[in-house]
Ligand binder design. Structure first.
Ligand SMILES: Cc1cc2nc3c(=O)[nH]c(=O)nc-3n(C[C@H](O)[C@H](O)[C@H](O)COP(=O)(O)OP(=O)(O)OC[C@H]3O[C@@H](n4cnc5c(N)ncnc54)[C@H](O)[C@@H]3O)c2cc1C
Length: 485
């Protein structure tokens, strides 16, 4: 009797190396690799920027699989129906996937595991995308952590993460029935990229999705950018961070690979980063782990306040303010630069994410969920754990959150972290000629200075949509009322 073929289901793990489920499935013999674009309304649909990334990443993956002798089968629909169908039609006796951690995905995986097992198919799932499973890290009282520092201490005390796995040397193809082959789509057939209009030019310029692109990003970071990371990571005008976030989001690289490559570079004396830069970098990877820990233990993180006292918050409904924020037309240069960086490149520097989120939530007193939704649609790294956890952190409703009275002042933040205004000049070109002194407060510039710089406030660039003192006080009053309830 010949062995039944195996099936591997790609999801948020679009890579061949350090992919434990792929490795396990490939060791079972002839293999079907499948990706299903999930169109079910049960699960949150990808935003526009993430769809663009996925398209490019799937193409890179499909090419890499073909180079190893395999084939990526691409389908669109509800995996709850399609996966068992493909398993049956390929006669697969073994199915493997890597785990995901949001509630809808967990429910789907559980149901599929039960159905396939019942049908006599062996199913295994693995951890590919986290250093630790969210349920493995526990407080002394055996519960989930609510504060990052002790969480991360517990992780660090448990030792170094396990070593990453190599990619399978070869992927031998299982035979596909003709009818199934006919059903298979090309990446282009998924129509994930924008056409009318094609707004993705800036994304194409900024990114190389795929496993090779991820590896290149990591190498550049370890060879150059990590030097001084601990302090420089707050400066948005330069390449000061790794920019690995979309690669991590789509699983083109794993945190284990990042960890061990960083350690190896450190030990070989290859990286210019200090031990303190490395530790800081690891702790940022740790924040990602913590977000997944929070998501697993609080499945409604994207829609429900982690701190339920915030349910009583009286948010403003300021549609004009929200639209101005989304378009980068608030009249506050650092806020506008951030939102325009996001629109043009699908990414925004972390410091500026905090400033723009604080401005929306505090100065405009807008519900954090409106900002989370906008980021979900426009970020290439839009992440089911990091995005809601970070928005709730800025709002003050999250775990280990910024205190409610911390209201970032966009002028002083701009002057501190973009002192020469290079970041603002890049993304808000209408202010490019303005003197450094006024680049974060154009309304204070004398009329002659504005004229010399070719700016008519209110016409070439907006006047501030809200007075900072007013917005700050309104937020403090609203947040204080909440606390006294
Ligand atoms: C309002 C808001 C929304 C955010 N939404 C997302 C999101 O959707 N997806 C996302 O990946 N990150 C999000 N972040 C976190 C952070 O801004 C990005 O991870 C970071 O800017 C990515 O850049 P990098 O890869 O160069 O980071 P680096 O500084 O090089 O860090 C390395 C990796 O660590 C992780 N990381 C770094 N900072 C954080 C952080 N504060 N919280 C959690 N993980 C972190 C990321 O995976 C990142 O790729 C958000 C932050 C804020 C304030």
């Amino acid at each position: 009797m010949t062995a039944r073929p195996a099936l591997f289901w790609f999801r948020d793990d679009l890579r061949l190396s350090d992919n434990p489920a792929l490795r396990a499935a490939s060791e079972h013999g002839p293999l079907t690799c499948v990706y299903i674009l999930d169109t079910s309304t049960e699960r949150r649909a990808l935003g526009g920027a993430a769809r663009w990334w996925l398209s490019r990443s799937l193409q890179a993956l499909s090419d890499a699989i073909a180079a190893k002798g395999g084939e990526l089968l691409i389908l669109r629909g509800d995996p709850a129906e399609l996966l068992p169908d493909v398993v049956e039609r390929t006669g697969s006796g073994y199915v493997a996937w890597n785990r995901r951690y949001d509630r809808a995905a967990i429910a789907l995986d559980k149901a599929l595991k039960a159905e396939l097992t019942e049908a006599g198919v062996a199913v295994e799932s693995f951890n590919a995308n986290l250093l630790n499973e969210p349920w493995q890290v526990k407080t002394k009282a055996d519960g989930p952590f609510k504060v990052f520092t002790p969480y991360w201490r517990a992780v660090r005390e448990s030792g170094e993460p396990s070593a990453p796995l190599p990619a399978p040397a070869r992927l031998s193809r299982a035979r596909l029935p003709a009818a199934l082959r006919e059903q298979t789509l090309t990446v282009a057939g998924l129509a994930l990229e924008p056409t009318t209009p094609d707004w993705a030019g800036g994304l194409r310029e900024a990114w190389t999705p795929g496993e090779d692109g991820a590896r290149d990003r990591l190498d550049t970071f370890l060879d150059e950018t990590i030097a001084g990371y601990r302090e420089a990571r707050d400066l948005p005008d330069r390449l000061s961070t790794s920019r690995l976030s979309p690669h991590l989001r789509f699983g083109e690289i794993s945190p284990r690979q990042i960890w061990h490559a960083t350690r190896a570079a450190e030990e070989a004396g290859r990286t210019p980063g200090s031990a303190s830069d490395v530790e800081k970098f690891f702790s940022e990877i740790g924040w990602r782990e913590f977000s997944y820990h929070l998501l697993f233990h609080n499945p409604e993180l994207a829609s429900v306040n982690y701190d339920r006292r915030f349910d009583a918050m009286s948010w403003e409904t300021d549609e004009a303010g929200l639209a101005a924020w989304q378009k980068g037309l608030t009249g506050y240069p650092i806020v506008d630069a951030g939102l325009r960086e996001l629109w043009q490149t699908g990414w925004m520097h972390n410091r500026v994410r905090m400033i723009t989120a604080s401005f929306l939530i505090k100065h405009l007193l807008t519900d954090w969920r409106a900002g989370e939704t906008w980021f979900w649609d426009t970020l290439v790294d839009a992440d089911p754990a990091n995005n809601p956890a970070s928005w709730q952190w800025v709002a003050g409703s999250g775990a280990d959150a910024a205190p409610y009275f911390r209201v970032f002042n966009p002028v002083t933040q701009g002057e501190k972290f973009d002192p020469k205004g290079a970041y603002v000049r890049r993304f808000v070109p209408e202010l490019a000629e303005l003197d450094d002194k006024f680049i974060h407060r154009p309304w204070d510039a004398p009329a002659g200075e504005l004229k010399k710089s070719g700016i008519l406030l209110g016409s070439d660039y907006p006047k501030p949509i809200i007075a900072l003192d007013f917005g700050r006080q309104r937020a403090l009053d609203a947040f204080a009322a909440l606390r006294s309830e």
